[in-house]
Design a protein around this ligand. Structure first.
Ligand SMILES: O=C(CO)[C@H](O)[C@H](O)COP(=O)(O)O
Length: 285
């Protein structure tokens, strides 16, 4: 399949995701980063004549996409307190069977996580290359956003956690030296062996605690986030927005579970022109 074919797959998935999760009656919509999100914004633009919808971007590129489409951006920190986004759309670098995602290929993972957690529903759109049984099957590394001063200690901590060769991402072409994020931080790309899902650990494939190099997604995410100097890790796992809302309604939610990081649905544009939808309940359409 040619590049054009991949772009066609992304567009089809974007159209379907918007058809099923966007309404012109919404007030606030999150818009992620990357190349696939451009098709999501196109599809929204075709459906929405409501000038009052405010779009929350996940960084500079995302804001440009929103503005160029003639939509109205609003900064994340201008959202009214307690107000949730009706929906947030974003791309992903890899998605496993439990809908855990790797994100940050475009270095925007911190704001992407803020926005995903603030949404009632987080919806991912991707092409078939991202659809894998486990994370780190095809995508090689976990992106991690790190304070520049701490880079060497974080690299050492990652090696101790079992990452064989974590490295600082460098700027493309024009810029010599490390790439800087929208927060002026650096990105470390850390390879690990393929990550286990919670289902894997329950069925006895290993404890997922790093023993023998085997990590379960959520455990590794927590370990990496505990390293001083790490702003955020590009593993989107744990609860999704609907599960988080259910906990809140039962009075069980703490501040840390006010939002979910996992998508409620992922739309994959497939090689044969179809769209595969994987939902949080484990369903595939
Ligand atoms: O996480 C991201 C940026 O940090 C992107 O959403 C991810 O890299 C997917 O990008 P694309 O749609 O271009 O494949």
């Amino acid at each position: 399949m040619t590049d054009t074919g991949i772009e066609a797959a992304k567009r089809k998935a974007a159209i379907r995701a918007v058809e099923e999760h966007f309404s012109p009656d919404f007030s606030y919509v999150g818009i992620g980063s990357g190349t696939t999100i451009i098709y999501v914004v196109e599809a929204i633009k075709e459906r929405s004549t409501n000038p009052n919808i405010l779009f929350v971007p996940t960084g500079y590129q995302s804001r440009q996409v929103v503005t160029h489409a003639g939509l109205t951006p609003i900064a994340f920190d201008s959202l009214p307190e307690g107000k949730m986004l009706d929906v947030a759309f974003d791309g992903a670098d890899e998605v496993d069977e439990d809908l855990n995602c790797i994100k940050g290929g475009g270095a925007c993972l911190f704001q992407e996580k803020l926005v995903a957690e603030r949404a009632k529903k987080f919806v991912c759109v991707a092409d078939y290359r991202k659809d894998q049984p486990r994370l780190l099957t095809n995508w090689p590394t976990i992106p991690i956003e790190v304070a520049p001063i701490s880079i060497n200690t974080v690299l050492r901590s990652l090696r101790l956690l079992g990452s064989p060769n974590p490295h600082v991402r460098t700027g493309l072409l024009a810029k010599a030296g490390p790439l800087k994020t929208d927060q002026d931080f650096f990105i470390i790309d850390a390879p690990f062996p393929v990550l286990l899902t919670a289902k894997d650990t329950a069925s006895g494939l290993g404890a997922g605690d790093g023993t023998g190099g085997k990590w379960e997604v959520e455990r590794l995410s927590k370990e990496i986030n505990q390293i001083t100097g790490v702003l955020e890790v590009g593993l989107f796992c744990g609860l999704d927005g609907v599960q988080a809302e259910a906990l809140r309604e039962q009075g069980l939610g703490k501040a840390s579970v006010l939002g979910g990081q996992k998508p409620v649905a992922v739309y994959f544009g497939m090689q044969d022109g179809s769209v595969k939808v994987r939902t949080a309940k484990g369903g595939i359409k």
